[in-house]
Structure formats: structure tokens, C-alpha cells
Write a protein that binds this ligand. Structure first.
Ligand code: ARG
Ligand code: ZN
Ligand code: CA
Length: 230
């Protein structure tokens, strides 16, 4: 029987002014986010414990911390704490034109060795539980991004053919799901589209599971790349 591991979480709140609509989210929303992650990862062997909340006034980071830009590297270099087992989450606004519409993004476990300071999850502040992002304000953006952080891919990766997400019990899916299209079937291979899976693109309220195959993959990924033995 696999054991449990508690991941320490550093929650880095980046804001443009001390107003909630400029990213100054209250501690209560941060704790609610940790609670959602603990519910959604129940049964995976992982739990999450808030170790520290940092708060940083930086409008450049708040607006522009899109993937693969120097701004996000600068932000992480300044704020990241802890070791390979520590989860750093950054909340930002994604208001610049290049970042607009993003809910979040993450690094993968195998990336850590080559670029440790870049490790972590960046999410839209208003996606926290009770936030203002309609249909995406139950905290499942963090659940999804942490899924990447522990080594999971999207079930629609590669479409209907090939190895897909390297997980056998997530049926192949041609394209991401939007909304909650339960019963959708976009590939001729067996199984309906896994639209309620945390790693699809459905609305937060639609999502409710990781599969046993995903749990096995995430456990092996974090053992290999983060030294976490369950
Ligand atoms: N599109 C983002 C990604 O690929 C996040 C999707 C989050 N979905 C949600 N229902 N909160 O990482
Ligand atoms: Zn994703
Ligand atoms: Ca699959």
C-alpha cells in the first residue's frame, strides 16, 4: 500500500495594487485553494500544506508573467523558495495582450534538473475559489496545473492517435473539451471523452477525477524527478 506525502506550498501573491481586482487576494482564498487541492488529490497519496504566503507589489509581473518570457523568469528568480519537493504557486493577472485569457501554466517534473528556479505553477488570481473568473472560480485551475507539476499531460495531447498522454485509462480525445460536454466522443477508439477529468479544459464545476492510470503516472514521475517516495 502506498503511503502519503505532504507537499509544502509557498503561495506567492503578486499584485498591482492593494485591491482584490488588482490581485490582492485575501489569505482566506489562499487557504480555500489549498483545501480544494487537498480534496481533489484525495486518493493520490499527495496532500498539500501551506507553508508561507508571500505578497509582492509588482505591476510588471502581475500583468505580463506569460509563459516563456523573461518577466516570469524574473518573478520566479526573485520569489521562489524551497527545494525540488516544494510547490511554489504564483497568482498574477495575465492582463497584457500576450497573456490575456490564460488561466495558468506549469513546469513539468523532468524540467526541474535543467532549470530549478523556473519550477512552479502560475495561475490567474481570480481563478481561486470564490474569485471573479466565471466558470473557472472553484480552484480547479490549480488542481489542473499541479497535475502538470506532478507529470500529467492533457488527455487530448496527440489527438486520437499515438501515445496521447501516456496514460491508458484516459480515452483519447481529438480536441480539448469546453463547458461540460458529458457523453462527447471525438475518437473512434474505445471510451467517451474524459471531459470530467481534471486534465481536460472543461469548466471547474464539470471536473471531478484523476484516473488510476494518472495516479500511477504521477506517483512514478514525482519519485523519479522529485525524489518523493510514497
Ligand atoms: N488551459 C490551462 C492549461 O492548459 C488551464 C486549464 C484549467 N481549466 C479549468 N477548468 N480551470 O494549463
Ligand atoms: Zn494544462
Ligand atoms: Ca490516454
Amino acid at each position: 500500500v502506498a503511503g502519503n506525502f505532504t507537499i509544502p506550498v509557498i503561495f506567492n501573491v503578486v499584485y498591482a495594487s492593494m485591491n482584490i481586482s488588482d490581485g490582492y487576494v485575501p489569505d482566506s482564498q489562499v487557504q480555500a485553494q489549498i483545501d480544494v487541492m487537498n480534496q481533489d488529490y484525495n486518493g493520490t497519496g499527495l496532500s498539500f500544506q501551506l507553508q508561507n504566503i508571500t505578497r509582492t507589489l509588482n505591476a510588471t509581473w502581475f500583468n505580463n508573467a506569460a509563459p516563456n518570457v523573461d518577466v516570469q523568469t524574473d518573478m520566479k528568480n526573485a520569489l521562489r523558495q524551497g527545494d525540488v519537493k516544494t510547490l511554489n504557486i504564483y497568482t498574477v493577472g495575465f492582463t497584457s495582450s500576450s497573456a490575456l485569457g490564460l488561466l495558468g501554466y506549469s513546469t513539468f517534473p523532468a524540467d526541474y534538473a535543467g532549470d530549478p528556479m523556473n519550477d512552479g505553477v502560475v495561475i490567474l488570481y481570480s481563478s481561486l475559489p470564490g474569485g471573479s473568473e466565471a466558470s473557472f472560480n472553484l480552484g480547479r485551475t490549480s488542481t489542473h496545473e499541479v497535475g502538470h507539476w506532478v507529470g500529467l499531460y492533457h488527455p487530448f495531447q496527440g489527438g486520437c492517435d499515438g501515445p496521447g498522454d501516456y496514460v491508458d485509462d484516459t480515452p483519447a480525445e481529438a480536441i480539448p473539451a469546453a463547458g461540460c460536454p458529458i457523453g462527447r466522443d471525438t475518437c473512434s477508439s474505445p471510451g467517451l471523452d474524459p471531459v470530467q477529468n481534471y486534465m481536460d479544459y472543461s469548466n471547474d464545476a464539470c471536473m471531478n477525477n484523476f484516473t488510476p492510470g494518472q495516479i500511477a503516472r504521477l506517483q512514478s514521475q514525482i519519485q523519479t524527478y522529485r525524489g518523493i517516495q510514497l
